[in-house]
Every structure is written in C-alpha cells, then in structure tokens.
Write a protein that binds this ligand. Structure first.
Ligand code: G6P
Length: 610
C-alpha cells in the first residue's frame, strides 16, 4: 500500500506533488520520491529513505521546477525501504511510480534480464518500468506501450508513468488498487486518494479496474481494459480535508475495518496456488529440509498478535500435527524455555518493533531455534533478525487498536498452516485446495458483514452504559472472545473479560447478573452444542446475551437479547469473520461513548520499551 501523485498542467508542480504526498502519508511512510520532466529529454529525480520530510529536506536544499511530474510515498512490499528501492523508478526514458503488487514480476524480470536489461532495485515496480521501456520501441505512443505491457502483467497496480521523450502526457493505469483523476482549470491530477489533490480541485473521476488514462494539459482520455475509449462520470466531492484523509470514515479504525477485504486479497495475492492446493512461499528463506523435521512450533507475540497466534494453534495443530505453544513474549523471555534444534520459533508482530517480541525472538535464537516471523512492516527489526519472514500486506495501520493487521495475520497463519501441512504430508492437495478456496471466499463474507451494521449499532445503543462485559467462545472462538474483550477495553474503556465458554462455570459465572452483557460466539461449528449449554447457564443467571450465530440459526431468538447472524464459512477461516464482528461491537460502543478511538488514552501503536 503506497501513495502516488501525478500532475500535468501549467504551473510549477513540485510542491503540489510534495504537499499531495503529505496527505497520503497514512498510506506509507518508509521512503518517498519525486520526478519532474517538463521538456523532452529533461528529468530530475530525487528519492529518500524514511519519512517524507527527508525527501522535502533534499528538495528544498536545491529546489527544481517543472509542469509535469509524479511522486510516491512507499510502504514497502518487495525490497527493503531504501533509497535504491524508493520510487519513482527510471528505465530508459520511462519514469514510473506504482502502488500494488506485481505477482509475476520474477518471470518478467527473468525475461527482461535475458534481453540484457539490468535492474538496480529489488522491487517489482522497476520490472514494469523496464517492460514499458522495452515495449516503447515498437509502440506508437507511451499509452500504446503501457497497454502492450499490461497485457503481460498479473497483479494489482495503480501507477503513473511518463516518458521523458513525450513531454505532453502522463499515463495512468489501475487494477485492483485505488486511483482517482482530478481536473482543475489549469491542470490534470492523478492520485491514490482524493485528499492528495483536494485543495486544487473537487471534480474527480474514479477509474475502474483495468482502465488506463492519458492526461494532457488540455484533456483527460480514459480507456477500458480492451483499450477502447470510455466515459467515466465526474463526481463533485464535498468532503472536508480531514475526513477526506479517512476517506469519509469517521475514524481510521472504521476505515481500516472496511479495508479488510482488500488487504486480505493483497495478502493472498501471488501466494495461493489453488490448483496445487499449496502456498507459494518462495520468499520464506528457510531450509525445506529443516521444515520437514520441525517437531514443535513456539509462537511468541504480544497484544492482538498474541491472540492471532492463539487462534492459529487450533488449525495449525489440527492440520500439521505439530504441537504449537503460544507464549506471551514478555513471559517467554524470562522463563528458561525448552528448545531443541527442531523447534521453529514464530514471532508475530504488526509493527516488527515490539520490544518484548524482539527479545523473545533473540532468546529463542540464542537457544538454537530457527526463527520465522509474520510481520506487517517490511525490514523492521523482527523480520531483520528472523531466518525467514512472511509479510502480511495490510498496509500501514494508523488506528492504535489493530484490525486489518490482525485479520491478515490470521490469513498468513492459515497460509503457513497449509504450507507446513503440505510439506509434512499431513494435508492432502484436496484439503489444501479447499482451505485456499475458503480463504479466497473470506473477503466476500466480510463485505456481507459490513453491509449491515445495524445489529452492532443496536448493541451499542443498548449496552454502551454497561460497566463490564463478558465475551465467551469455545475452540477457535475462544481467542476471538479474548480479542473482542481486548478491543472493547482498549477503545471504550469498559472493563471486559474474555473466557473460554466451558470455563465460565469455574469463576466468571459469579459475576453474571442482569446488568452484565455477555457476548457469546455460538456458531454452527463442531462445538456448537456445548457452547449453547454454556450460554444457557449464563442466561439462567440473568445475563443479557448478545449472540453471534451462523446465518439462518434462529434457535437463540428467545434466549438472546440481540442476535447477530454471520455468514457461515469453512470452520478453518471462521474466526476471521468473527474478528470483524467483535471489532464492530467495540467500535460502535466506543463511538457512542465518544472516546478517542484512534488514539485511546495510555496506549501506543508500537511498544518499543519493555
Ligand atoms: C501494542 C498495540 C497493539 C498490538 C501490540 C503488539 O500494544 O497497541 O495493537 O497488538 O502492541 O504489537 P505488534 O506490533 O507486535 O503486533
């Protein structure tokens, strides 16, 4: 997830682009770049590692001018966040900035290398720049070269490209990544999101997947996937600049909840091989011979990442037959853990910088374990110190309470389960295939959840004044209950406890009275009947039941105060859907209470102290 801004017009555009990138910093902030090319053959490019302010510093030391240019703010997916990997990438006369993931970039890179092309970065984007430059030789225009190139590209992309020898155009392409076009009296703009150029225009056109566009100073021409000219309606945007950054959502947390279907698709992209019923984790650099011998997996993590690990214990153990220990990193590091040379230590962290997780990883390594990590921030400390890493592609998460990072962790953990199971021989190709298909169906089921928010708002209206909540779940839904309670505590400041349904009678049942809302996850899974019995025990003590049930299950209508039906999906991926449901319950309760949802008191997004 990166941010792109393009400009062609009558005015000097470097600061327009830099200011646009500033508004897109929530899309990425590990490196940035700017390219200006006004007259044929002329090009000025600057790039910098780290925050946008580093790039600005370079620019203002030696400012340059021009009326055509593009800029990029990066959230790395391929290649470390270094200056060399920062966009724009230049290949021959082509200058390109891209947001997305090119799935077949390795193949394309090999093909182009065989033709004598040399690459200076480790990115998928540079490959596309070279591809367009090589197509340019036989193309009638830059747009023609882009169309010829896109016919060979698989994956998601939103890019702006210019040819330094064709100074009057900017070409834009979009597929499964956002790109909007804007036009003022003096210029045409392309951007990943509206806020980037909202101060210059309020008239926007939204490209469809597969569309390309040619922007000149005078006009914008749009073409569909077959290269045929099309009209796309122009919309007048009235958002104020602040809500525009949240794309109209009231909080980043809600925006990130809604982003989940797309981020899950991004995380699966290029890795799921349905036909083989396997996962392609070529990026994980761990000796396959070692993996065949793994006899124990120890997962270390903190906070939400710890609960993702707990969920995964259920499906990884079931389908790989490898015992999985899930450990709080802060405990693990001080408790003399038992490790042998066949132990795989798995560190899970959104930020990749959590001090306790990093220390636990170092301890496991010191004791001889191989360490793998699941992380959202490329080249952060935890992946850097791991033997192998599987990145989630959630993009930057701004809200302190984790949502999309957690659900993409569950997807990554499922992929790891399939991968290990296939290598261990405990999972057949057919089982792998059905698991992958279940994962691929998850985004649609989440979208179904997100189209009906009323039940969650009802919970908020009815129970926002409660002083304590109990969350119950069994099996894989037990850690979801823990995650639900954590989310509620974090953002609404209401005390909440998560409990395994079967354990309720051993303690928390004493707390239940008619003031206590009980969020009970009671899906039609293998432990359904048991869960219902536990729920009845809570109901008999006067607890107010909020039941999360499988679609069509009306059996709790008389017992529960509020019943929320959720899409029935494969049990192996069911917790991803219930995660979304518990996120929504906490969000709407916190919203009604008026707390500072994106930055709750006393909490930090990344905890780099012990
Ligand atoms: C902090 C954040 C949580 C996060 C936890 C672990 O407490 O507020 O949202 O789950 O750290 O962070 P990590 O980056 O390691 O996943």
């Amino acid at each position: 997830m990166c941010g792109v801004v393009g400009y062609i017009g009558l005015e000097d555009c470097a600061t327009v682009i830099l200011n646009g990138l500033k508004k897109l910093e929530y899309r990425g902030y590990d490196s940035a770049g700017l390219a200006i090319s006004e007259t044929a053959g002329a090009l000025k490019v600057i790039r910098a590692e780290g925050k946008l302010s580093n790039l600005e510093k370079i620019f203002y030391q030696e400012p340059f001018e021009g009326t055509r240019g593009l800029g990029h703010i990066r959230w790395a997916t391929h290649g470390a966040p270094t200056e060399i990997n920062a966009h724009p990438h230049v290949a021959g006369s082509i200058v390109l900035a891209h947001n997305g993931i090119i799935e077949n970039y390795r193949e394309l890179r090999d093909k182009l290398a065989a033709l004598g092309r040399e690459f200076s970065s480790a990115t998928d984007t540079e490959v596309v720049a070279h591809l367009i430059d090589s197509e340019l030789k036989s193309a009638s225009s830059l747009h023609d070269a882009v169309l010829k190139s896109l016919a060979q590209v698989e994956g998601s992309y939103a890019f702006v490209v210019m040819d330094i020898n064709e100074p009057d155009t900017l070409v834009v392409a979009r597929n499964a990544a956002p790109m909007v076009l804007g036009r003022s009296d003096t210029a045409a703009f392309a951007a990943s999101d509206i806020p980037a150029v909202l101060e210059h225009t309020r008239k926007f056109v939204f490209l469809h997947d597969g569309d390309t566009a040619v922007l000149t100073r005078e006009k914008t021409s749009i073409f569909d996937v077959s290269g045929t000219p099309v009209e796309r309606p122009e919309k007048h945007i009235q958002w104020d600049p602040i809500s525009a950054e949240k794309q109209g959502y009231k909080h980043f947390m809600l925006k990130e909840i809604f982003e989940q279907p797309t981020r899950i698709i991004d995380t699966l992209r290029g890795r799921a091989d349905v036909e083989a019923g396997d996962i392609n984790l070529g990026e994980v650099d761990i000796d396959p011979e070692f993996l065949k011998k793994v006899n124990r997996i120890t997962v270390v993590a903190c906070g939400g990442s710890f609960y993702s690990a707990m969920v995964s214990k259920y499906f990884i153990e079931e389908h790989t037959r490898i015992p999985v220990d899930v450990e709080l990193a802060s405990e693990y590091r001080y408790r003399k853990p038992i490790i042998d040379e066949n132990t795989l230590c798995l560190a899970i962290s959104q930020s990749g910088e959590t001090a306790d997780t990093l220390a636990a990883l170092r301890e496991a390594k010191r004791l001889g374990a191989k360490v793998m990590s699941i992380c959202n921030v490329i080249e952060s400390s935890i992946p850097r110190e791991s033997d192998g890493v599987l990145y989630t592609h959630a993009g930057p998460e701004i809200s302190v309470a984790s949502t999309k990072a957690s659900t993409t962790q569950l997807v990554a953990l499922s992929m790891l389960g399939i991968w290990l199971g296939r290598r261990k021989g405990t999972l057949s190709a057919e089982q792998g295939r059905s698991w992958i298909e279940a994962l691929r169906a998850v985004p649609t089921s989440i979208e179904a959840v997100l189209t009906n928010l009323e039940p969650y708002k009802d919970v908020a209206k009815t129970y926002a004044s409660a002083s304590s909540f109990l969350y119950l779940g069994r099996g894989q839904q037990y850690p979801v209950a823990l995650e639900g309670a954590l989310k509620l505590k974090e953002i609404s400041y209401i005390h909440a406890e998560g409990y395994a349904s079967g354990e309720m009678k051993h303690g928390p049942i004493a707390l239940i009275d008619e003031k206590m809302p009980v969020v009970a996850i009671a899906l039609k899974d293998t432990v359904y009947d048991k869960t219902i019995s536990n729920l009845m025990e809570a109901h008999a003590r006067g607890g107010k039941i909020i039941a999360l049930v499988s679609e069509g299950d009306r059996s709790l209508s008389d017992t529960a105060e509020i019943v929320i039906e959720l899409p029935q999906v494969d049990e192996r991926v069911q917790s991803i859907i219930t995660y979304v449901a518990v996120q929504l319950i906490s969000y709407f309760i916190a919203d009604l209470k008026g707390t500072d949802i994106d930055q709750p008191r006393n909490l930090a997004k990344s905890v780099t102290v012990e």
